[in-house]
Design a binder for this molecule. Sequence first.
Ligand SMILES: Cc1cc2nc3c(=O)[nH]c(=O)nc-3n(C[C@H](O)[C@H](O)[C@H](O)COP(=O)(O)OP(=O)(O)OC[C@H]3O[C@@H](n4cnc5c(N)ncnc54)[C@H](O)[C@@H]3O)c2cc1C
Length: 386
Amino acid sequence: MKPDSDFPSDARIDVQTEEGRVTGRIVLAGGGHAHLQVVESFGRRPLAGWQIVLVSPDEKVIYSGMLSGLLAGHYRREEVEIDLPALCRANSVDFIQGRGDGIDRGRRRLLLDDGRELSFDLLSLDIGGAFVPDSITGARDHAIPVRSIDRLLAAVGNGSEDERFTVIGGGAGGVETALAVHHHAVLPGLPPANRVRLVTAGALLEEKPDGLRRQIRKLFETRGISLIEHAPVAEISATEIVLADGRRFRSDATLLAAGPTPHGWLAHTGLALEDGFIAIRQTLQSVSDPDIFAAGDCATLAGAWQPKSGVSAVRAGAILAENLHLRAANEQLRAWHPPARQLMLLASGDQRAVASWGMFWCAGRWVWRIKDRIDRRWVKRFTIFS
Ligand SMILES: Cc1cc2nc3c(=O)[nH]c(=O)nc-3n(C[C@H](O)[C@H](O)[C@H](O)COP(=O)(O)OP(=O)(O)OC[C@H]3O[C@@H](n4cnc5c(N)ncnc54)[C@H](O)[C@@H]3O)c2cc1C
C-alpha cells in the first residue's frame, strides 16, 4: 500500500478530514449487508491516517429481511430502515449521497452517475444487484422492482378491489412478496381468488426440500394465489403480462422479485466478471485488481458459483472488514468460505414463517417470532439512537 499518498488534487469530490493529512482513502460503494458491518468495524477499530467514505444513492436503506413484513403491514417503515449518514457519523466514516456508475482504474477513481469522481486507494463494492431484467420487454417502464419501496407500497396500498397483482420470481423474495401482497391487499376485502399470481421461469423454490415446496404450494392454494412455474415472462405492459409461450394474463401491478441481475456498468470497468457479476478471490478481492474488493450479490467467487442471498452477504461482511484493514496495513489477507448450508426464514404474510436448513424445514408462528427477533436485532445493531 502506498504509505503517504495525498489525494490527487483533480478529484472532484474531496471529503475533508479533521486530522488534515491522510495517507489513504477507502471508498465503500453501496450500503448493503456487508458494508454496514464494515462501517461499524471502522468505528470500533479506526485506521489511523485513513479516510473512509461510504457512497450510497439512498440515505435510508430498508432491511430486505423485513421488507415483506412492511408490505404485509406488520412493521412501520422506521422499524425496518437503517439511516446510513447517522451510522457513518457515529463511526467516523464520511457519507456521500451518490450512485457509482463506473471505475477509472488507471486514475483510481469511482465515477458517479452525476459526473462527480471520487479518488480511492482501496475500493469496495457492495451494491447488490439490478432488479429489472433487460430480457423482458416493457419491464423498465411497467414493472415495479420490490426494492423500489415507495412505488411498491403505493401499488399495493392504492389498488381497487379487483386489482390483479403479478409477482415475478419463484425464490424466497418472490414467495414472501406474493404472500405479503395477498395479506395486505386481498385479505381485508375477501375478493375472488387469483388476484395474486406468482410467475417463475423455473420451479418454485428450486433447490429447497420437496416438503417445503409442498407446504408453500398448499399455502398458495388455500389463499387463492395462483402459481405458474417454468414460464419465462416475455413482455410486461401497464395492464397485462405475456409469457414466452404466448399466454397472456391481466396484471394491473407487476412486481419484480426475480433475484439480482448484474449492474450493466460493471461490464465497462475492465474487471473480470462471471455471468456479469464481479469475479472475486476468497479474499474478496477482484481477481483483476487487488485493491478492489466486492461482496454480496454483486460478487461471485470465481469458479465456485453460490446462490446469492442475504445470509451470504452478511457472512462476507466480517471478513471484508478484516481484509480492508489488513490490505491497508499491507498484511496477509484472510480467506472467506461461503456458507455450505444457509438458514432460510421465509415469512408467510400472516405472522407465521417457514424455516429451512439443508433438507430440514419447519413452519409456524414460533418461527415468525424467532425471525422477528433476529431481524429486529439486525436493524437495531445499525441504528444510532440520538
Ligand atoms: C423480499 C425479499 C426477501 C428476501 N428474503 C431473503 C431471505 O429470507 N434470506 C436471504 O438470505 N436472502 C433474502 N433475500 C435476498 C437478500 O435481500 C439479498 O441477497 C441481499 O440483500 C444482498 O445483500 P447485498 O449486501 O449484496 O446488497 P443489498 O442489500 O441489495 O444492498 C445494496 C445497496 O447498494 C446500493 N447501490 C446499488 N447500486 C449502487 C451504486 N451503483 N452505487 C452505490 N450504491 C449502490 C443500493 O441502494 C443498496 O442500498 C430477499 C430479498 C427480497 C427482495
